[in-house]
Write a protein that binds this ligand. Structure first.
Ligand SMILES: O=c1ccn([C@H]2C[C@H](O)[C@@H](COP(=O)(O)OP(=O)(O)OP(=O)(O)O)O2)c(=O)[nH]1
Ligand SMILES: [Mg+2]
Length: 160
């Protein structure tokens, strides 16, 4: 077969990105390394109006991006470990769920769990996004759940 070596890459799912005006000039999300699971998201706050996040406070940070996530996938918005370790900055609703049919601007809900105020500046990489497959099930109401070895045991029932 006379196949181009990269031919299979055309089977990759495609993430469509619309850049809103306030994301002008910002780098689009991209995999930073070959094996990266996530793509970093950048804060699309105005250059002259960075966002000051006080300790204990939360903020919805714009990314300036509208996404067209391929059907059968979701985007998960997750914290960056460096921000969490150094500054106590994390995503409040982690992992944030972006539905494939959502056509609004993707925003990142950050919370400052550190002791210091934290300045979110334009273009700062504030979170990361993982595209993951999703299974939609058919829901069927049943009279009784089937019996299993575990049964109703949970929350440490198997010991430490
Ligand atoms: O961190 C997030 C989480 C959600 N969203 C957007 C995309 C997602 O598709 C939509 C709804 O999110 P979710 O279902 O988590 O919120 P909800 O409180 O259930 O709102 P809704 O009633 O709109 O589903 O909000 C974001 O931009 N960032
Ligand atoms: Mg919802």
């Amino acid at each position: 077969m006379n196949m181009h070596p990269h031919a299979t890459r055309t089977l990759e799912p495609i993430l469509g990105l619309v850049r809103l005006p306030h994301a002008d000039g910002l780098d689009l999300p991209a995999y930073e390394t070959e094996g990266a699971a996530g793509m970093d998201l950048r804060a699309a706050v105005p250059e002259d109006r960075p966002l000051m996040l006080m300790p204990g406070k939360r903020a919805l940070v714009p990314t300036g991006l509208v996404m067209e996530i391929p059907q059968g996938y979701e985007a998960q918005i997750r914290p960056r470990s460096g921000l969490a370790l150094k500054h106590g900055i994390t995503c409040l609703n982690t992992p944030g769920t972006i539905d494939s049919d959502y056509r609004g601007e993707v925003k990142v809900l950050l919370i400052n769990l550190g002791e210091e105020e934290f300045l979110i500046e334009r273009g700062m990489r504030i979170a990361q996004m993982v595209i993951a497959p999703v299974t939609q099930v058919r829901v069927v109401e049943v009279r009784q759940a089937s019996e299993t070895e575990r049964g109703s045991g949970g929350f440490g029932s198997t010991g430490v």
